[in-house]
Design a protein. Structure first.
Length: 403
């Protein structure tokens, strides 16, 4: 095959570019506000239990929504579900602005709304990603997806931290949440520009999962991999920002440091998108897993400025390596299992449900075994979650990486 042909195959379609642009807006709104929702609850309650329960309810609601919404996604179309998810996320931030400090009284309901909104969005988005990319350009799309997410995550928290730090009290939080609502409202409008898919296969095939697993036993391992990936993610969703705030007691520092950490992810994602080869998936996952364990060991020495910063830098070095490699590996499986592309929605539903169960169990583990946010036990729980990642390369099957 000629180089020109390979380059042409790797190009992204106009539809794929539109999806990336709208996703960038969505990510910017989320990155602007998501870590500061946790910090807002921390400022109001100073309770790791409230933060833990908020994130646990949101994650479990997302898992349940993901599993239950699959059939509707196939009947109504991914674009419609995608739009609902964005709209409900906008509603979430609008309600925070309205109730303000009363969120503490109603945090379970807010967690439920956020979980449902996230479940709707991510099921639709990951299905659309598979539809607008191919085996030839999927690493490129996922790489650019990480760059888009990383760039949004880079600029937004720094901006939010600066806004919150500029105002006294909690006023800055309300301004940030108002901007987030505006971003999601714009994203909702932008979703109407996205081409709606023709719905040819309305049947929902989840009932055939046992048959598929029986015929393709290695696919079961691919599903288990998402649980492994999700386990530490539940903890890392809310603990690091609170750790950083507990050390510096300044939201602007949280934002600036978060931006610095994500710069590392952007660079790694860009390099990975250009040079990654799916045949080396196991190697990428070993490197990432060892890097995760190494990062956690710094926290066991002491919970201090230097250890938290090194932990976050190394985490963001290896996270895109794991995320992109395993996503491409899983997408390859979707093309190889019985029913193939007709099982696409179901495979995304399984992915999101399983990864969120892993995240939920990670949060429960932290709440059960960590004495506090900045104690030695917290560090060992985090290291334990990282050690679990060493299992991931072992679940990779040769069948899923062969061309």
């Amino acid at each position: 095959m000629q180089p020109e042909q390979v380059e042409k195959e790797k190009r992204l379609s106009k539809h794929a570019v539109n999806i990336l642009i709208n996703h960038a807006i969505f990510q910017f709104g989320g990155a602007l506000s998501i870590i500061f929702v946790n910090l807002y609850l921390w400022r109001l309650t100073n309770s790791i239990w409230v933060n833990g329960m908020y994130n646990l309810v949101a994650i479990l609601a997302q898992a349940a929504t993901t599993f239950l919404i699959g059939k509707m996604s196939k009947r109504k179309g991914r674009t419609t579900i995608y739009r609902y998810g964005i709209f409900m996320t906008a509603l979430f931030y609008l309600l925070i602005v309205i109730v303000q400090e009363e969120i503490v009284t109603h945090f379970y309901w807010f967690a439920l709304l956020r979980g449902i909104a996230q479940g709707l969005y991510w099921v639709a988005y990951f299905t659309i990603v598979h539809e607008v990319s191919s085996n030839s350009n999927r690493h490129r799309y996922l790489g650019w997806n990480q760059v888009v997410m990383g760039t949004s995550n880079l600029a937004a928290p720094a901006l939010a931290g600066a806004i919150i730090g500029f105002y006294s009290g909690l006023t800055g939080y309300m301004i940030v949440f108002s901007i987030a609502f505006l971003m999601f409202f714009i994203c909702t409008l932008g979703s109407f520009r996205i081409k709606k898919e023709s719905i040819r296969h309305r049947n929902y095939y989840m009932k055939y999962l046992p048959i598929i697993l029986n015929r393709k036993k290695a696919f079961k391992s691919a599903l288990i991999g998402w649980f492994i990936i999700g386990f530490p993610q539940g903890i890392l969703m809310y603990v690091p920002p609170i750790l950083i705030y507990s050390i510096f007691e300044d939201e602007s520092v949280v934002g600036y440091l978060n931006a610095s950490f994500l710069t590392v992810s952007i660079i790694i994602s860009f390099i990975f998108s250009r040079f990654a080869n799916i045949e080396h998936t196991r190697r990428y996952l070993w490197i990432a897993a060892i890097g995760f364990v190494l990062s956690g060991t710094f926290l066991t020495w002491e919970i201090a400025t230097w250890s938290v910063i090194i932990f976050m830098i190394t985490q963001n070095m290896f996270k895109p390596l794991q995320a992109n490699a395993y996503a491409a590996y899983y997408f390859r499986w979707i093309d190889r299992i019985p029913l193939g592309s007709e099982f696409r929605v179901e495979s995304v539903v399984l992915r999101e449900t399983i990864i969120n169960i892993g995240r939920g169990l990670g949060i429960i583990s932290f709440m059960l075994f960590a004495d506090g946010i900045d104690t030695g036990t917290a560090a060992y729980v985090i290291v334990g979650a990282m050690i679990v990642q060493l299992i991931l390369p072992l679940v990779i099957k040769k069948e899923g990486v062969e061309r």
